[in-house]
Design a protein around this ligand. Structure first.
Ligand code: G3H
Ligand code: 13P
Ligand code: ZN
Length: 328
């Protein structure tokens, strides 16, 4: 059954667990997520980016989600817009049955350029008014996540972030977070805490303290009713890099966010944990393996089924690691 993000994360907060939010682009990913959830009886957050919506087509995606909910009527499913870039994107998501939207006002409508605080507050507040009127939850974002596209700055207190970060992120300022939530009334808040999107997060193996745990702790202490969201939460497992590279891929060595760090975050109020890269890697590794081992194969099911299986394994593991088992 469909459920809002607020309902799911309230339950997660009351029961001290975190929920992975997996990105969807196609049927195989949808089935992988639901089969994993079914296996461990976990609630589900499925999210679609703007790119996913245009790739799969809104109508196809909406019917796919309907089908997944019909197949697993006992699993609560939140359908979430990932990185909405403006009111129009969020409004059309709601029209297609999404029960939650992210208004990412940390960036301008182009989804690339960092936006100023006033713009973020204004656009997020307008989206929250509209979404809440429709019974839909809202995630906002404050602070700029590290990414190769936007380039990296310094922490807002002027100090570079000390750690294994390749590029220091603009860590979210707790005072500003309190003001932002008061003005926008968002249900969940994505904060910059040391992660970045994609596979290339860290160039060295993290030896603890990857995340700005003090920032997470302080924001959670001052905003106990706002659920914290961790973007860029893929762990980029070594074994998935190895499979890709063993079968013809060329991914330079890289490190992601250790699962133990995410588990520490969950203890301090992180409730939604966005994961896309790990699933992309699982799928690609499985497909490369089949195509390398059976060069004569041309039935897409021969590689898409193992691809779905590989993603199902990753999803199931994260459900277990984040404490979702039995919470559906
Ligand atoms: O935050 C980005 C997600 O991994 C989705 O990526 O915009 O390429 O679909 P995408
Ligand atoms: P990863 O690239 O670490 O999987 O993060 C995905 C994400 O934050 C989607 O919003
Ligand atoms: Zn993200």
């Amino acid at each position: 059954a469909r459920i809002t993000l607020r309902q799911l994360l309230d339950h997660a907060a009351e029961n001290d667990y975190g929920l992975p939010a997996y990105n969807i682009n196609n049927m195989e990913q949808g089935l992988a997520i639901m089969e994993a959830a079914e296996a461990v009886n976990a609630p589900v957050i499925i999210q679609a980016s703007r790119g996913a919506r245009s790739y799969a087509n809104d109508v196809v995606l909406a019917r796919l989600i309907d089908a997944l909910c019909e197949l697993y009527p006992h699993i609560p499913v939140c359908m979430h817009q990932d990185h909405g870039n403006g009111p129009a994107t969020c409004a059309t998501a709601i029209q297609y049955g999404f029960t939650s939207v992210m208004m990412d006002g940390s960036l301008k409508e182009d989804g690339k350029t960092p936006a100023d605080y006033e713009y973020n507050v204004d656009v997020t507040r307008r989206v929250t008014e509209m979404a809440h009127a429709c019974g839909v939850s809202v995630e906002g974002e404050l602070g700029v996540l590290g990414s190769l596209e936007t380039g990296m700055g310094e922490a807002e207190d002027g100090h570079g972030f000390e750690g294994v970060l390749d590029h220091s992120a603009l860590l979210t300022d707790p005072d500003q977070a309190v003001d932002f939530v008061a003005q926008t009334k968002v249900d969940a808040l994505a904060i910059a805490m040391g992660t970045s999107h994609g596979a290339y997060k860290f160039t060295r193996k993290p030896d603890g303290d990857v995340l700005a745990m003090h920032v997470i702790e302080e924001i959670h202490r001052r905003l106990p009713d706002t659920h914290l969201v961790m973007h860029g939460s893929s762990s980029v497992p070594q074994e998935l890099q190895d499979i890709i590279n063993q079968y013809g891929g060329e991914m330079p060595q890289t490190w992601g966010v250790p699962v133990e760090e995410i588990q520490r975050g969950i203890k301090h109020g992180v409730r939604k944990i966005n994961i896309d890269t790990d699933n992309r890697m699982a799928i690609t590794g499985a497909i490369r393996k089949v195509l390398a081992e059976k060069p004569g194969e041309f039935d897409p099911r021969a590689y898409l089924k193992p691809a779905k299986e590989a993603m199902r394994k990753v999803c199931m593991q994260r459900f277990q690691e984040f404490g979702c088992e039995g919470q559906a």
